[in-house]
Design a protein around this ligand. Structure first.
Ligand SMILES: O=C(OP(=O)(O)O)[C@H](O)COP(=O)(O)O
Length: 272
């Protein structure tokens, strides 16, 4: 029997979702469309009568902004919001800022799919020469984490995301849910996938096929041991949701870059 409801949300579209670049730990804001997606998500949740007691976000602006917009649209701005780097998007290492379609042209669609969706493949790490290294690691927010800055990841597989997320889930979020509070986790494509893998017991093979669109709330109904009692529900117009999932999957295909004017700007990436 369903005892708890938990909502997972990949933030609304960010500026780099639109440009098809790996955003990850770069702190991009929502695009105009992303703002609308978050507001529509809040309106839908309000229409369906849901109420939150507690919200968790990453320390990346796009997940925080999304939480605010959702709560505003629901008239629940007062609900406490707690932030942690442990809910951050997967650290995409040296792939950060690169265009997925260009990467597919350069390295093949299969390789890009492995980098994006496999469970235990870690992309090449970010190094100090990377154009976004200083912007990420000099940011004051990363001095406030529960691990020293030097121990923060330089690249992560989905497995490594789960490894850093689980202690926070178990120690902080689970007690809140078990106290009877309805929780929204406003997070990212891959931090939500990692949590779904854990909660639903998805295999390492099957997690490859799980893709989440932006701005679509995922409702999980859980029993007293936080095991799902029914399949996850992606709330909203199902045809639109299917189309949005396909759009995210297609970001790793070459046709995006073939239609652009001019040659693609390749950045060589070592695969070792
Ligand atoms: O920043 C990202 O995710 P987010 O938009 O959910 O924060 C990643 O670039 C998502 O990339 P992916 O869909 O290739 O895993």
């Amino acid at each position: 029997m369903s005892k708890y409801k938990l909502f997972l949300l990949r933030h609304g579209e960010g500026a780099w979702n639109k440009e098809n670049r790996f955003c990850s730990w770069v702190d991009q804001k929502l695009s105009e469309n992303g703002v609308v997606e978050a507001q529509e998500c809040g309106r839908l949740l309000k229409e369906q009568g849901y109420q939150f007691d507690r919200v968790f976000t990453s320390i990346l602006s796009r997940s925080i902004q999304t939480a605010w917009l959702v709560l505003e649209a629901m008239g629940q701005e007062w609900v406490p919001v707690t932030k942690s780097w442990r809910i951050n998007e997967r650290h995409y290492g040296a792939l950060i800022s690169l265009n997925r379609a260009e990467m597919a042209l350069n390295h093949g669609e299969e390789q890009v799919k492995l980098w994006r969706r496999s469970y235990d493949i870690t992309p090449p790490p970010i190094t100090e020469s990377h154009p976004y290294y200083a912007e990420i690691y000099n940011d004051r927010r990363y001095s406030t984490c529960d691990v020293p800055k030097e121990e923060l990841p330089k690249a992560e597989s989905l497995k490594e995301v789960l490894d850093r997320l689980l202690p926070y889930w178990n120690d902080v979020i689970v007690p809140v849910i078990k106290s009877g509070q309805t929780v929204l986790i406003s997070a990212h494509g891959n931090s939500c996938r990692a949590l779904l893998k854990h909660l639903e017991g998805i295999s390492e093979t099957d997690i490859v096929n799980v893709t989440l669109p932006t701005g679509v709330p995922v409702l999980l109904e859980l029993d007293e041991d936080l095991r799902p009692v029914k399949p996850r529900q992606l709330l909203g117009d199902q045809a639109k949701i299917e189309a949005a999932i396909k759009k995210v999957e297609d970001q790793g295909k070459t046709f995006g870059v073939m239609s652009r004017a001019g040659p693609p700007s390749f950045v060589p990436i070592s695969l070792r």
